[in-house]
Ligand binder design. Structure first.
Ligand code: ADP
Ligand code: MG
Length: 688
């Protein structure tokens, strides 16, 4: 018997057993209400057929035609390549996972309808793994929601789950319109709003829905942002009541580290370092967000803070998003700290067996003072002896949940280590105050001196050969270069393959250069060997995937070629480009696009050419793109909301702050009920 949607487990639905429930739990779905709040990531317009000749790369289309050939092709990877034709033209369908039966079905069907994204491939325009059917139904009448799903649950399965819950709503099992006394929450009934976003009706404005501007969506966004903001505020209140180790003012080790840096801190660095010093001398935990553009020198701030902790006999844990970055930090930190007798250790997925156990034991017994690692640091088996400081580097690569989980890990007996969170995501200050309402904020708004600006050019890949020659010449003159393959960003495997073949090709074209290759699918030990050789100057040209996007610091590298930059977000391009321009050499970045470029892509790449200022790039991106490119913003970092888009919805923030104030003072019940709806269990847990 179903009581209320928020109390009813999904296993009460027909066809959902423990196995599926476990998978759903992985994406935070436990109750029927959770299904409703698992909102579409975006919509696809499957309401009309596109003539094949009008297919444009990068767009999702529905096509319909006859399969005229269907052959196995043996390239780098075996695939099934089908050609499908309508009265206007032909396009290729490519499958990497397929069966003989599938080949027969495709070939024999009088007509096949396919849905998928058009891309450029070796056979011209191609659609990889289209959804297809041979029994044609009427076209969809409304936009098709696309959900964030997990392995073992596909779109169709999830849609039927949503349908089942909506049927229950039809039977009168509805959600309470929480906070109906507040005008913003009363503009649109929550039930109608949810129904509309899951099942848009044909009469509603498609454009508004695609842009996320429909009143139903806006109503939900408001509630989501409110939930988030309230939770951050509560966390902060809770934190201020906790105790933390109270450090003495910085002493000799700190001063020595600072002197040994080999450079003078910039004014901004000095200011931030001082803020952190003061924070850690207080009895309550520091919670500080450090924002600073790529290359602004955040690492040394982390170094100084960990020295400060070590002087006070406390351990520091530093978490980095990639193994490459963790290892780089480990090498740098141990070089800096060894002379002071401060021990460093590291722990990532690649450290296994006895070595791992030994490292874990040392951490437990406090034999290492500064521990650097990836997520591996925060597994159950890892326990610190006396953790005094936690630093998260490149926080935009982690989700809010991870941040909160980490905070919990650090808490013991009502004490919390100090926390420093570092990020390069350029977001305006007003937004920062809302998303990170649980933290104080410091900004490094100045680059270290002596950097010459990066000259960025935007070139068509017709000029690839010229670019290759340019690289050859530069490398012969002792420069080092990155060649970044971004071709197929959605698939790591394909991206790695692209990098492999590029490295092969460049290797045969440039026999005089030492060419290295690095990508995410390589073994960790191989990756680190390659990074070391590059750092030591043994590799001239490093062909890479976007794995080098964060943190990598090889100051001698002064050239970067980015292939297909039009496929990346500007924030990501900015991060990538930030790998060069770190030394005193004049640096060049070549954005090698594949024509034709759309107007918007052209404008966006021009922005990259015109400025190196992360904040400006973010603003321009918004201006050009316009709000509402849901996927685009979602990909750009830690702002992982279900529906809200901080940039698009920023006008709501002042009202949200006021309402959160009011609710936390006068109406905690509603505040908690709203948080409970929107925050996943992990986040909600940390509020209790
Ligand atoms: P990010 O903020 O992107 O993490 P890093 O900490 O990697 O930047 O610093 C980029 C480079 O600048 C490093 O090689 C670092 O040693 C150097 N650097 C940092 N601070 C200064 C400074 N004050 N003067 C000169 N070089 C600096
Ligand atoms: Mg960094």
């Amino acid at each position: 018997m179903i009581e209320t949607l928020d109390q009813t487990n999904i296993q009460t639905l027909k066809g959902i057993g423990p196995a599926l429930a476990t998978k759903l739990a992985r994406i935070g779905i436990i109750t029927l209400q959770d299904v409703l709040f698992h909102l579409p990531l975006r919509y696809e317009d499957r309401t009309k057929l596109t003539p094949i000749h009008a297919a444009q790369p990068g767009t999702n289309i529905v096509i319909q035609g006859k399969v005229v050939s269907c052959d196995l092709v043996f390239g780098r990877r075996r695939s099934l390549l089908a050609k499908i034709q309508d009265s206007s033209g032909t396009i290729a369908l490519r499958f990497f996972h397929f069966s003989k039966a599938q080949q027969n079905i495709l070939l024999n069907a009088p007509v096949v309808r396919c849905i998928g994204e058009v891309r450029r491939g070796s056979a011209g325009f191609e659609i990889y793994h289209p959804e297809y059917s041979t029994k044609l139904k009427a076209l969809d009448k409304t936009l098709t929601p696309i959900y964030p799903v997990t392995e073992g649950i596909n779109q169709t399965r999830f849609r039927s789950l949503v349908n089942a819950v909506i049927t229950l709503m039809d039977d009168g099992k509805v959600l309470q319109n929480l906070g109906a006394q507040y005008p913003e929450l009363n503009k649109f009934d929550i039930n109608s709003a949810l129904r509309l976003v899951h099942h848009p009706t044909p009469d509603i404005a498609i454009d508004a829905l695609l842009d996320g501007n429909h009143p139903a969506q806006q109503r939900l966004c408001f509630e989501e942002l409110l939930a988030h903001h309230t939770s951050m505020r509560l966390l902060r209140q809770k934190c201020l009541k906790l105790l933390a180790p109270q450090f003495c003012p910085p002493g000799t080790a700190y001063e020595t580290t600072r002197k040994n840096l080999g450079f003078k801190l910039t004014n901004a660095q000095a200011r931030v370092a001082a803020e952190i010093n003061l924070d850690m001398q207080k009895p309550s935990p520091m919670l500080r967000l450090l924002q600073g553009d790529v290359g602004s020198g955040k690492t040394v701030i982390a170094l100084l803070a960990s020295t400060h902790a070590a002087e006070n006999n406390y351990q520091t844990a530093i978490m980095a998003p990639t193994e490459i970055l963790a290892e780089q930090h480990y090498i740098n930190f141990s070089n800096w700290l060894r002379p002071l007798g401060i021990t460093t250790g590291w722990l990532t997925g690649k450290i296994k067996g006895k070595k791992r156990q030994a490292q874990i034991d040392q951490i437990k017994h406090g034999e290492v003072a500064v521990v650097i690692g990836t997520h591996a640091l925060f597994q159950k088996e890892v326990n610190f002896s006396n953790l005094g400081l936690m630093i998260i580097d490149e926080q935009h690569k982690f989700g809010v949940e991870q941040r909160l989980a980490l905070r919990q890990k650090g808490e013991s007996d009502g004490r919390l280590p100090h926390q420093l969170v570092m990020t390069a995501t350029p977001i305006p200050r007003t937004l920062t105050m809302s998303i990170y309402a649980d933290m104080d904020c410091s900004i490094i708004d100045e680059l270290p001196p002596g950097r010459s600006p990066i000259t960025t050019s935007v070139l068509s890949d017709i000029r690839r050969e010229e670019v290759i020659q340019h690289i050859e010449l530069a490398c012969q003159n002792k420069a080092q270069a990155y060649w970044v393959c971004t071709l197929i960003e959605e698939s790591e495997t394909l991206q790695c393959q692209a990098a492999e073949s590029t490295a092969e090709q460049l290797g045969s074209l440039l026999p005089s250069l030492n060419i290295g290759l690095i990508h995410g699918r390589m073994k960790a030990t191989e990756k680190s060997a390659v990074m070391q050789s590059f750092k030591q100057g043994k590799i001239d040209l490093l062909v890479a995937t976007t794995v080098i996007e964060v943190g990598v610091d090889v100051p001698n590298a002064s050239l970067m070629v980015i292939e297909n930059p039009e496929r990346l977000g500007l924030a990501q391009l900015h991060q990538l480009r930030g790998r060069i321009g770190r030394g005193s050499n004049k640096s060049f970045c070549i954005l090698l696009y594949h024509p034709p470029l759309s107007d918007i892509s052209r404008q966006r790449l021009q922005v990259m050419r015109q400025t190196q200022d992360g904040f400006l790039i973010a603003e321009k991106d918004l201006e050009i793109r316009g709000p509402g490119d849901l996927l685009g913003t979602r990909q750009s970092g830690s702002l992982q909301f279900r529906l809200a888009d901080l940039l698009r919805d920023s006008h709501m923030l002042p009202k949200i702050r006021t309402l959160a104030d009011h609710m936390l003072k006068n109406d905690k019940t509603t505040a908690y009920a709203i948080m409970n709806r929107w925050l996943s269990s992990a986040e909600a847990l940390s509020l209790i």
